[in-house]
Design a protein around this ligand. Sequence first.
Ligand code: ADE
Length: 325
Amino acid sequence: MILPEITTVVNDFSSISITHSTLLLWFEENSRDLPWRRTRNPYHILVSEIMLQQTQVDRVLPKYLAFLEQFPTIEDLAKAPTGDVIRAWAGLGYNRRAVNLQRAARTVLEEHSGVFPRDVAALRALPGIGPYTAGAVACFAFEQDVAFMDTNIRRVIQRLFVGPEEQGIAGEARLLQIAERAVPVGQGWVWNQAIMELGALICTASSPSCWRCPLHRECRAYNTRRVTDEQMFDGELTVKPQTRPRRVAERREAPFTGSNRFYRGRIVDALRNATANDGLSLDELGRRIKDEYDQSDSEWLLTLVNALAKDGLITFDGLAVRLPA
Ligand code: ADE
């Protein structure tokens, strides 16, 4: 597969500057008013980015506001009992994110005197913070002109600068290189927000709305497909709806109900709902999370409990299972 030379795409100054101005104008007129776009507080940005990683914007919105009301500053989060942070995470799923978020807050307090590090490398050194989150905080809190990848950004960069996915997906390093060159100087914040917004609202995974995309004239995927279709239909100016090749992981997705992740979630939910924090005995916990729980399940349950304890999500002293104090 031959990928287009990036120098011919992004270094084409006239074309990239049209892409910049068109997308930024579209963003100004069409973006959603989201609370994490109104702040540059790095702690608030970090909370939003961790929540948004595996959860939809609509579900995150009320949780984000409630979380910051309960833990308004990074000190409040660092000093809170971990169990309270896990309780505040109810409804978001992937509870490990809550524990990691608090670990990051504690590290900022203990190792950076409570002052958030600004550069990507120092942000990456915080526990639970990967390349995406480090880039997002550097950009959205500190307005640095950096590039980073999540699924939306990856898809938009691929289509805009490389071409349709079905003709070959560029590797991560290459996409990141393209994304870095595409950031307009001094406008990283709004550019990255706009790319994300385009991916969320227009350039979606399975049914992109190319007909109302502000960038279709500049878009490699759109233009490649248009040319192909014109050839196929002998001059007809239509663009077939894009069908996305499903990823292998999607096709073979294991059932969630009954999986270990499902029961891990149920254990944390059962402990959230247990009155006070006296905890539950292993057997009582088993009965609350699994229909027809019996003694033959106790070894399985103990394995799950030990794994959750290792991740810092619960404690188990041999008698009672609890959320961490
Ligand atoms: N997902 C992750 N970061 C986001 C942001 N800043 N705006 C909208 N969706 C996002």
